[in-house]
Design a binder for this molecule. Structure first.
Ligand code: GLP
Length: 242
């Protein structure tokens, strides 16, 4: 694993955005795996800024998002579909036909998970962006998820519901309890992985990911078995590392 430590969230967002920008420039038809959450917000803003200032084009880029809440229509303001439009897709020249997220509002969630897994299986994700949950989840693969897991309907644990309540008026009762998420096995098929983590609340998970035991109890530790992983950390997220 290539570990890059920087000062703060701002520096992290710049370094990680530059990795993606360089990847897009070197392969204009790149297939990107994308993530949501607070961690990549400034990174996406940097991609938008670069697109406007330097004309980096996303016209040939395809994207596959990690996950989506079950029960929220794609148009819901807290859906990951809306997040991606607000933070990236509406501000660059990407072709929305090449943008792929699971749909959390179909009549058959299992079938939708299967459809999405097949879609991802039929492409090679060149670069997968990941955040990490405080409990070490990637996508919505909570502790105990199989390292071989495929895209599936998953249950969110209480810790995740609590930490995501900030996006739902601080009200845990409004947070969906399930999601459709790429599995750890799905994620591991990406050619390269870029994980970002910022803040003290991520330090324990990062310590385990980098120095602890590879175990399904910390889903992100699967990445230790991946040949091409870059982790960008700010000082707080790296603060427990030896
Ligand atoms: C969310 C998402 C993950 C994300 C993680 C951390 O629940 N499903 O993809 O990486 O939790 O989120 P944040 O970046 O807001 O800390």
């Amino acid at each position: 694993m290539n570990i890059i430590k920087v000062k703060d969230y701002e520096a992290l967002s710049e370094v990680a955005a530059n990795i993606i920008i360089e990847a897009v420039k070197s392969k204009p038809e790149i297939s990107l795996g994308l993530a949501t959450g607070g961690s990549p917000v400034q990174l996406y803003a940097n991609l938008v800024k670069d697109h406007k200032e330097n004309k980096t084009s996303y016209a040939g880029v395809s994207t596959y998002n990690l996950d989506e809440y079950i029960g929220l229509d794609p148009s819901h303001e807290q859906s990951y579909n809306t997040f991606m439009k607000n933070n990236l897709f509406n501000h660059v020249d990407i072709n929305l036909a090449n943008v792929h997220l699971p749909n959390g509002n179909t009549s058959d969630h299992e079938a939708e998970a299967k459809r999405f897994e097949e879609l991802v299986a039929n492409t090679t994700i060149d670069l997968q962006l990941l955040g990490i949950g405080t409990n070490g989840h990637i996508g919505f693969n909570e502790p105990g998820s199989s390292f071989d897991g495929k895209t599936a309907v998953v249950d969110l644990v209480q810790e995740t519901i609590e930490s995501n309540a900030r996006y739902f008026e601080g009200n845990e009762d409004l947070v969906p309890t399930q999601a459709i998420s790429m599995g750890v096995g799905t994620i591991m098929r990406a050619k390269a992985i870029l994980l970002i983590a910022s803040g003290k609340n991520k330090a324990e998970a990062i310590k385990w990911l980098v120095e602890g035991e590879v175990s399904e109890d910390l889903p992100a530790s699967a990445l230790r078995n991946h040949p091409n992983v870059t982790i960008v950390l700010d000082e707080d997220a790296a603060s427990l590392l030896q």
